[in-house]
Design a protein. Sequence first.
Length: 477
Amino acid sequence: MKGSWLRRSVRFRLALWYAAATALVLCAFAWFVYEVIEHRLAAEIDRQLRIDFDLVEPQLNVDTQGRVNWRVRGSHGDEGFSRLSAWFEVWSENKELLLRHWPVPEPNIKDVVPPPQKSTLSFATVELERGLFLRVMERPGRVQGRSVIIRVFRDETEMRRTLREIVEVSLLGFPLAGALAAVGGYLIATRSLAPLDAMARQARRITSESLSKRLPNLNPHDELGRLATVFNETLTRLEASFAELQRFTADASHELRSPLTALRAVGEVALRDGHDPTMLRETIGSMLEEAQRLTDLVDALLTLARMDVTKAGAMREEVNLAALLEEIRDQFEVLAAEKGQTLAVTSDHNVVVKTDRTLLRLALVNLVHNAIQHSPSNSKISLAALRRASGVDISVSDSGHGIAPEYHEKIFEPFFRVDKARSRSRGGGVGLGLAIAKRSIERNGGRIIIESDLDRGSVFRIELPSSSQFASSPATT
């Protein structure tokens, strides 16, 4: 049953809900109106019964033989009260009928109302005969000093006819009202959900080749408009991701093709002119360099892929930053010496940060290697770790050509190079070092920023969050 209901369209379900809600409200309203009218009509009959009692009691007397008589006569010698208002009985306290004044002869009455059971004011409804209901009021009275119980009657036929007509009208009108509510609900739902249908049609037309299209959004302020806004923002992110993926794929293909092309060219030259052993050694050396470049590129790509796929958090441990910076300086000291460069470390000895040591070291290795590649000979490269109020700063400073401000964000994209010709020359790297460094720091909960301008060198600053812990000690260089 539930599955069948859920397979129905939203319009159909809303229409049924509208009809059900309307029927429920109408039933509750009809019941309320019925109860109010019934109460008011019954109260009016009870009020008339009290008036009848006040009119009847003074007109009763006792004759010389002790019988109770009705003194009021009409113009034709009969009682002057109408059929409805002149129904009454007089009973003694011993439950003996003293006078019965009804508009019909007593022999024609099939069911006689039983004697009163108590001498107090009371109201009741009795069915005198089939379909004839009477409202009865019993109340103690006095006739010339004699205690009696006077019972007056009022016919409820008109009241019950009025109530029956209300019920009949309700039974006839409620199905029509429910049907109109269902039709109106369906039309309202159709109109309200029309933007959703338009969005669905547009969404079906959007593919990976047409991510620039957007869902229609006629009213961005209502619920459907906000939904369309969220979907359009998602499409924007998807478009950017697809563009980045396509750019990454094209760059990766180009970078892989370059060393492979070089390997093939050098190998063909060696096969054609490979009679000189010295030339063969140089050829093999060139091939090994290109193979190493290809290996470095594949390793970098695998590193980026693992960072994108792995969802687990960083393995945090306490890392002594001074020791880590000195370790990296020792690793690159020989490479820097080839260009006459100097690596200097500035840090407090016991600055300890709780972070993933492997990721932090990977980021610093790429930053230092990048600084050595792009700094001139006989220059100084500085590595520093400084305290700050909410964490720790680690910086790598060089004296290179600097980077223009418009490239400060782009240099962290895979394969982006400011000087493509120089970077793709020998020793220029594969263009993934800064991207790896940025993702490594972000996995540690920090961020990496650059302070640089043309011909002023560059400072890459790593900011790690306040989970860092410090211990005081004299600074050393």
